[in-house]
Design a protein around this ligand. Structure first.
Ligand code: SF4
Length: 307
């Protein structure tokens, strides 16, 4: 990409047109204060869900705080402190918690304050493991703390013009500093390598939209399974925008109809619509769960046997 700013501007226009078209029923109210009610959030979670099944979007699907969900948001503050002060993840975690009212969002602080000793220990274990893997990763470990920007929560949000729709991307680190923007690389942690391309595309597009400037590359770390690198080009950004637009369409369909296409698979087990979904029932009948080589319905008591 030669002119990163021109490229960033073009992708903004394209995303505004494509997402704006499918979300025309959700205009941004004049003078609405940010954050306003009834916003459609297009985050990695909604993109991942739409990539599996367009019907699975559930407007009632409330985000629930847990140690696992909080680890990245606390982890980025811990990573920044660890690199700035040259301390280990455990000391940095303690330091960030001491300073949580200044560093973390109010809702997250409230949740942390409500944890008992066991919950605090679970959060520490999740955060320290996550941060240690990211800090030791070679593209980051070889850079001094002034050569990399840790992207704290919310720094890559982009509001779709005239729509009550927000794009959120979870890139973790931007590096190295001091080079031309078009040579900058995003570093991000993913749950597994199978979804590395989806994650890379989403963060590359999120960065391009929020900063109106395209990065050159995305490096993805999947702790325990490996790492991958992706060049940011029109193919990567185009596929990401297609998924983002599908996620927007599925969020609108979940609120207003008509019902979107169902694509059943293993992900049905985590879907709120599972009990009333005929497509999922048919798929499960054709794909019986096996326990040690035996079909669940042939094991004494069946799949619901809890004894
Ligand atoms: S149960 Fe499965 S097929 Fe049905 S809506 Fe949910 S994810 Fe889609």
């Amino acid at each position: 990409m030669s002119d990163h700013r021109a490229v960033g501007g073009e992708w903004r226009q394209r995303a505004a047109a494509e997402i704006g078209q499918v979300t025309s029923l959700f205009p941004r109210r004049p003078n609405a204060k940010v954050p306003w009610d009834d916003i459609i959030k297009l985050d990695l979670h909604s993109v991942r869900r739409a990539a599996r099944c367009l019907r699975a979007a559930d407007p009632e699907d409330e985000y629930e705080e847990s140690a696992r969900n909080a680890r990245r948001r606390v982890g980025l503050a811990v990573l920044a402190r660890m690199r700035e002060d040259g301390i280990d993840p455990v000391a940095a975690f303690t330091s960030v918690l001491d300073d949580r009212n200044r560093l973390l969002q109010e809702r997250l602080v409230g949740w942390i304050d409500g944890l008992g000793a066991g919950g605090r220990a679970a959060l520490a274990a999740e955060v320290v493991t996550w941060v240690a893997a990211l800090a030791a990763w070679s593209p980051l470990a070889q850079l001094g703390h002034r050569d990399a920007d840790v992207l704290l929560e919310g720094s890559l949000d982009w509001d779709v013009p005239d729509r009550a729709v927000k794009v959120r991307a979870p890139a973790d680190v931007l590096a190295p500093r001091g080079v031309r923007p078009a040579e900058r690389r995003l570093l991000v942690v993913a749950a597994n390598l199978a979804e590395a391309e989806l994650v890379a595309g989403h963060v590359a597009l999120g960065y391009t939209l929020s900063r109106a400037s395209a990065p050159s590359q995305v490096a993805v770390l999947a702790p325990a399974s490996g790492a991958a690198r992706f060049t940011v080009d029109d193919d990567l950004l185009g596929a990401a925008l297609e998924r983002l637009t599908a996620a927007a369409a599925s969020a609108v369909a979940a609120r207003m109809g008509p019902q979107a296409t169902a694509t059943p698979g293993w992900w049905c087990q985590r879907c709120a619509l599972r009990d009333e979904c005929a497509e999922s029932a048919a798929w499960r009948a054709a794909h019986p769960v096996r326990f040690g080589g035996l079909r669940a319905d042939l094991v004494r008591g069946g799949a619901h046997d809890r004894t």
